[in-house]
Every structure is written in C-alpha cells, then in structure tokens.
Design a protein around this ligand. Sequence first.
Ligand code: UDP
Ligand code: MG
Length: 193
Amino acid sequence: MAKYNVVFVLGGPGAGKGTQCENIVRDFGFVHLSAGDLLREERQRPGSKYGEEIEGHIKNGSIVPVQITCSLLRRAMEQSGKDRFLIDGFPRNKDNLDGWNDAMTGVADVKMVLFFNCSEQVCIDRCLDRGKTSGRSDDNLESLKKRIHTYTSSTMPIIDHYRALNLVQEMNGEKTPDEVFADVKKALDSFKL
Ligand code: UDP
Ligand code: MG
C-alpha cells in the first residue's frame, strides 16, 4: 500500500480548479496542493535557483521541468503529515506524467482525476476578469493564448491517458460554482479510501 492517496485536479486555465478545491478541502478533508501556487512560492523565495526559470515558464504558459515541480509537491506532502491530497494543475504534460510515475510509484496512489471541462472562451473571459485583481503575470491575453495552447496540445493527452485507465470524473465547469460542486460531491462520494 502506498503511503499517500492522491486526486489530480485538471482543466484549462480558469476552469474552476482552485475554487472547487477549496470546497473539497472544507467538506472532505483533503490537503490541497496547487502546483502553480507551489511554483509561484518557490519563484518568490529569496535564494531560489529556479526563480527566473519558473517565471519564464509561467509568463510563457509553458511547463516547468518535472524535477522542480514534483520535488515541491513531494516535500509539501511529506511536511503536511497528512495522507490525502488534491493535486491541482498537475500533471500537465508527458514530462510531468513520466517524472511523477518515476518518483512516486509505490509512494502515492492516484485514485481519481477530477476534470473540469470548460470552453476556451469561458476560460479566457474568466482569467481576464481574474486578471483585474489577481496580480498574476499570466492573466493577460498574450499569456492566456499560450496557456490554452499548452493545455490543448499537452494536457488533454494526459487527461485521455487517465480516461483510458478509467480514473477520470468529468464535470461541466461552465455551470455555477454551486452546481459544479454538487457534481463534485457526487464524484467524491463514490470515492472510498
Ligand atoms: N505550471 C507548471 N507546472 C505545473 C503547474 C503549473 O509549469 O505543474 C506553470 C505553468 O507555466 C502554468 C502556470 O504555472 O501556466 C500557472 O499554473 P496554474 O495551475 O496556477 O494556473 P491555472 O490553471 O490555475 O490558471
Ligand atoms: Mg489555479
């Protein structure tokens, strides 16, 4: 038995991953780890060797090498002292998936993938709206176009990979947050650990 149980949370930029993870933490007692937030924290950490590299990828909508992201995730898991995690915004491409499997097989079991499906236009509108207050260097139209391209070309195949393993629970991410959460609850209620 692996030490950790994991639910991956995937979907386009602005699909509602972070919002729904907050709800899940409140009602289901998982620990929420946002790969993007961990990378932003590492970027800000004085003395980080990876700060510039991370910022370059974030602005460009491209993906940070898995060694960096996976070790941040693993450290956060170990430091939490808990054993059930929502990992939000990861794995985003084949490098992420392979690196995760190499490092975490036998350590963490992926029990489910929650996929928030949301059209490109809704993703763009939401992120531009969020960009008015988020202060994020990637909530602008130029970065967003690149993020959406990365999502379509690199992340969708990862979702398909997990779909073939029968692990994906797909939600319509365009409904209201309450409606989406009702669907999330149904998916998680069938999730017994
Ligand atoms: N990112 C990455 N690897 C990850 C997660 C995020 O390289 O595993 C980078 C990537 O450049 C991405 C950015 O961080 O575009 C923002 O990710 P986040 O998940 O915060 O964005 P969201 O999808 O929540 O809008
Ligand atoms: Mg997020």
